[in-house]
Design a protein around this ligand. Structure first.
Ligand SMILES: *Cc1c(COP(=O)(O)O)cnc(C)c1O
Length: 408
């Protein structure tokens, strides 16, 4: 019997792990819980157990679960017009593109390419880099970077273990050591088409670049006519307290990028991503027919994205994220067993003195909190932007006991 055929609720879910093992590609790993429902910053498993969600689908559910603005916008759009292809335009496609350009403070001539995942947004940016100039194919990325798992995005991703099994990959990508301005400057020469960089590195453990790094990246790329491509897939859409993290004067050092890639929080849970080309020259890199996707600008996902952006604005969530994130970081710093807190806004990484991130995440889950062991020694927090101080306090109050339980 399949999971859906079973009528008895208990029998249906008791054995979900076996069904998962037999039906889902093992490459994804095996999950720890079957989640059946979510509301706000909380989710429930099939037994009715409640969890406070401090991961939000990996920095995706900006408005939490089942937010009425998102549900309403998506439902209304699906009832009106679901998909049109790029032979036709739709109001939400244009509406979201204009809104994104506005919040990104993109100059005249800028434009948006919509797609469905972060990796795809980076693929589009990589294709743009191939058009920078004859013979210019070198792309520079940073050690520790994560840019996605499709072949082009994978080549940009630094982790050898992700890339090695799929060699040969896309050529001419060079990874420079994290935080090393001299190495970056040396790599960005006349053969360089683009530098890809996350405004804050996500998957490597929420690592902020040293002061001056992004400024130097801008200077070096401008000097040779290479693109500066900011991967804001994890850091954008209010996650770090500004629309995009580079707009924060401290994080972005006042730079203006050539391309920004966005996904995760943009769709609030829907598969939606964007490659934002800054300025007319960058826009002109891809000519009609040179790139595309059946779903590019799909009315339903872009209506969802508009609801996310409108709600962030209407509810003052950028200020909320800055204030709450700063307070949360301070509280975390004061906890015994946490030796470092990094990140910005509601994208935080903490270093565990005991170096036991996986065990702490397991203990947290057992106690009803979803947190992510982003590396062996670091936890990542990326809760919904709508999470409250009361909800975070529940977690902070439980944390000492969770850390103790993980030591046993
Ligand atoms: C998640 C992520 C990606 C890949 O996005 P997908 O939607 O999983 O393809 C790329 N870059 C960064 C910085 C990410 O965090």
């Amino acid at each position: 019997m399949t999971l859906r055929e079973s009528t008895d609720q208990a029998a249906q879910t008791a054995d979900w792990r076996t069904h998962h093992e037999q039906a889902i590609l093992p490459a994804l790993g095996r999950p720890q819980r079957l989640l059946v429902r979510g509301k706000g910053a909380r989710v429930w498993d099939e037994t009715g157990r409640e969890y406070l969600d401090l991961l939000a689908g990996i920095a995706v559910n900006s408005l939490g679960h089942a937010h009425p603005a998102l549900v309403g916008a998506v439902t209304a759009q699906l009832e009106t017009l679901g998909q049109v292809s790029n032979f036709f335009a739709s109001p939400p496609q244009i509406g979201l593109a204009e809104k994104l350009l506005s919040v990104a403070q993109a100059p005249a001539g800028s434009s948006v390419y919509f797609c469905n995942s972060g990796a795809e947004a980076n693929e589009a940016a990589l294709k743009m880099s191939r058009r920078v100039g004859e013979g210019r194919s070198k792309v520079v990325a940073v050690e520790g970077s994560f840019h996605g798992r499709t072949m082009g995005a994978l080549a940009l991703t630094s982790k050898e273990a992700y890339r090695a099994p799929f060699a040969p990959g896309v050529p001419d990508v060079v990874h420079v050591p994290f935080g090393d301005v001299a190495a970056l400057r040396a790599a960005v020469d006349d053969s360089c088409a683009a530098v890809f960089v996350e405004t804050i590195q996500g998957e490597s453990g929420i690592r902020n670049h040293p002061a001056g790094y992004l400024g130097a990246a801008r200077e070096a790329t401008s000097a040779v006519g290479a693109l500066l491509i900011l991967d804001e897939i994890q850091t954008g859409i209010g996650r770090c307290g500004s629309w995009f993290a580079f707009q924060d004067p401290q994080l972005g050092e006042g730079i203006v990028p050539d391309i920004v890639t966005s996904a995760k929080g943009l769709g609030g849970g829907l598969p939606l991503a964007a490659t934002i080309a800054f300025g007319a020259a960058t826009t002109a890199l891809l000519q009609p027919g040179q790139h595309g996707s059946t779903y590019s600008g799909n009315p339903v996902t872009t209506a969802g994205g508009l609801a996310v952006l409108d709600t962030i604005e209407a509810d003052g969530l950028l200020a909320h994220v800055r204030e709450l994130g700063g307070w949360f970081a301070e509280r975390l710093r004061a906890i015994d067993g946490i030796s470092d807190v990094s990140g910005a806004g509601l994208l935080l990484g903490v270093e565990l003195a005991a170096g036991n991130a996986k065990r702490v995440a397991d203990a947290a889950l057992a106690a009803g909190f979803i947190v992510n062991p982003v590396t062996d020694t670091r936890l990542r927090f990326a809760p919904p932007l709508i999470i409250t101080a009361e909800e975070l306090t529940e977690f902070l109050d439980a944390l000492p006991a969770i850390l103790a339980a993980a030591q046993d």
